[in-house]
Design a protein around this ligand. Structure first.
Ligand code: HEM
Length: 229
């Protein structure tokens, strides 16, 4: 590449572009993960309105459905973030495998936590959960008695099925482990890494993941125990 082209594109033969660079992919994962995290927190707060009764939850859902700009803006942003996050994850895994063509005889877990070792299977399980979840509560094909627009009713009748509730609880625990590792590795990816503060970030990540899991899991549990009916 000529010096002029290098100056224009920021690339050179020995310096790959942003996306080709593993650090670039990690940065993309951090930013898209942060946006997705913001969504799951906002979505949980919205979901917790189930405790305020059918009028509140259905009115909130109706407001979202009617505000087309917000709804479609959020949908397009989420889809873009999921695609970028998953693509970067697969490509990074591919690069790691290429760098280590011969598999370890025995996989050791030195230096990696349970959560970090689960990233590459909790991710695909979460993706499968999202597809099931959309067919359960948004389009209704996976729901036994789906009524468009009656969100409170759909949530209650949906979670009266024990297998469905258990599937959500398992998926939420998976989300918790994925987020716990994701949040503090995000701090590392953006360069916020210090021996003094890393333990604090880990604790912060654990608290955030626990709040999210607790808030979401409480809903199927409340339906199954008859607290919400
Ligand atoms: C127990 C936990 C959860 C409950 C009770 C729940 C409930 C719901 C309900 C009722 C809807 C349909 C809303 C409507 O039609 O207006 C919905 C949509 C959705 N949920 Fe969840 N959700 C939960 C967890 C999650 C999680 C963990 C994620 C992401 C990882 C997620 C992602 C979505 C998405 C992407 C939509 C579709 C929004 C749209 O485009 O209309 N949900 N959820």
């Amino acid at each position: 590449m000529s010096a002029a082209a290098t100056a224009l594109t920021g690339k050179s033969a020995d310096r790959p572009g942003f996306w080709a660079n593993p650090i670039g992919k990690k940065a993309v994962m951090a930013v898209t993960g942060f946006v997705l995290f913001g969504f799951v927190i906002g979505h949980m707060v919205g979901n917790l309105q189930v405790y305020l009764g059918p009028e509140k939850l259905d009115a909130y859902a109706e407001f979202l459905q009617k505000t087309k700009g917000l709804l479609w803006g959020a949908r397009i942003t989420l889809l873009t973030c999921v695609i970028l996050h998953v693509t970067a994850a697969f490509q990074l895994a591919g690069l790691q495998n290429k760098a280590r063509p011969q598999k370890y005889v025995k996989k050791t877990s030195a230096g990696s936590s349970y959560a970090s070792r689960t990233m590459y299977w909790s991710g695909p399980i979460l993706l499968a959960f999202i597809i099931y979840h959309l067919m359960h509560f948004t389009t209704g094909q996976a729901h036994p008695d789906f009524q468009p627009g009656m969100v409170y009713r759909n949530v209650v009748t949906g979670f009266q099925s024990v297998p469905a509730s258990l599937a959500y609880i398992v998926a939420m625990l998976m989300l918790g482990t994925h987020l716990y590792h994701g949040i503090w590795s995000m701090f590392q990816s953006v360069g916020i890494n210090h021996p003094k503060y890393t333990p604090l970030f880990k604790k912060l990540a654990a608290v955030m993941a626990a709040v999210l899991v607790g808030g979401n899991v409480s809903i199927p549990v409340a339906v199954m125990t008859g607290l919400i009916r």
